[in-house]
Design a protein around this ligand. Structure first.
Ligand code: GLU
Length: 334
């Protein structure tokens, strides 16, 4: 019988709970990123049956400390590996706090169709019932499968597979913390096999018009988020408008905020700061000109994107243009 060829998978480790260690197994406290990638792989010996694995430590951080500089390193490494014909797939281990942001960012700046899977864990590697080894098993299996190609970065957690644009951390604890609230999960893992429910119809990886080079040239435009609530004032917005190129409103409901906040955002817009209205609710679609006259103010509507993903797309959009019609077009397509 011919020997089955195992795929070659490169695991790029960045830290997070999947590499987190507790001082004592009976305590809740732990340090993210305490274990290196060799220790992670050793905890999942079944991986050797799935793939030839090469491991690289890109950084070792809790993902609340992920930076644009690490994003650039990671994207360049993924790009190089995706051009290497001896590599079949790439896995990125990552803290769960900002995993959805890294996945979405990578989907927009690197053009390739090789399987790329991001994975984390909710329980530290030293905790009883640690989910990291199982998640890593699924990630390596997925990255070695032809069905995972051409879909942009995928996120696998708790046996569910998500598209980068859709996935959100929706709970701060528990192994079932990831969901794709608008369009649903992409697939489920069944052991090392995968069953996809849908295609990825958003513009991503293979067709994205954004790039790291463009971002570097534009100096990674600064975009921050204002979180709306009852009686939101205007002073923080006026202050922010002196510091940033873009503001994302995490608005109440359909991307709304108090009249004074909206007036401050309109002033920011008039002074050349791009303003995107998104929703703090966690799902849904923020459309143009519903309760707010976006045409008059020049605001951009975030569509299906969460505030944290709108922040990334606006940063990338501003690396190409400041024209709000063109920026709206990006939000309609990506
Ligand atoms: N806050 C840390 C991080 O995002 C740990 C959380 C986790 O990985 O689940 O890296």
């Amino acid at each position: 019988m011919p020997e089955r060829r195992l795929p070659t998978i490169v695991v790029l480790a960045t830290g997070g709970t999947i590499a987190g260690a507790q001082a004592e197994a009976a305590t809740h406290a732990y340090r993210a990123g305490a274990l290196d990638v060799g220790q992670l792989l050793a905890a999942a010996p079944a991986l050797a049956q799935l793939a030839h694995i090469q491991a690289e430590q890109v950084t070792s951080v809790g993902s609340q400390n992920m930076t644009h500089a690490v994003w650039a390193d990671l994207a360049r490494r993924v790009e190089a590996l995706s051009r290497n014909p001896s590599v079949d797939g790439i896995v990125v281990t990552h803290g769960t706090d900002t995993l959805e942001e890294t996945a979405y960012f990578l989907s927009l700046v690197i053009r390739h169709d090789k399987p790329l899977v991001l994975v984390g864990a909710m329980r530290p590697a030293t905790a009883p019932g640690a989910d990291g080894p199982a998640n890593l098993f699924h990630a390596v299996a997925l990255a070695g499968r032809a069905e995972a190609a051409g879909r942009g970065p995928l996120v696998v957690m708790n046996e569910d597979v998500h598209y980068a644009r859709e996935v959100q951390k929706v709970a701060c604890a528990g192994v079932n913390a990831f969901a794709s609230p608008n369009r649903g999960r992409a697939a489920v893992m069944r052991g090392p096999a995968v069953h996809f429910f849908s295609r990825n119809d958003s513009v991503h990886s293979t067709a994205s018009e954004f790039s790291l080079e463009m971002l570097d040239k534009a100096g990674w435009p600064r975009v921050e988020v204002i979180h709306a609530g009852v009686d939101l004032g205007s002073d923080l917005i006026d202050f922010l408008a002196t510091r940033v190129q873009g503001i994302v409103l995490a608005g109440v409901g359909d991307g709304n905020a108090t009249d004074v906040a909206m007036q401050a955002l309109a002033r920011a817009m008039a002074n050349g700061v791009a303003v995107v209205r998104s929703s703090r609710t966690g799902s849904g679609h923020v459309g143009r000109n519903v309760e707010v006259d976006d045409d008059a103010a020049g605001f951009i509507a975030a569509g299906e994107l969460s505030p944290q993903k709108a922040r990334i797309l606006l940063m990338l959009g501003l690396s190409k243009t400041q024209n709000s019609t063109q920026l709206q077009d990006f939000f309609d397509r990506y």
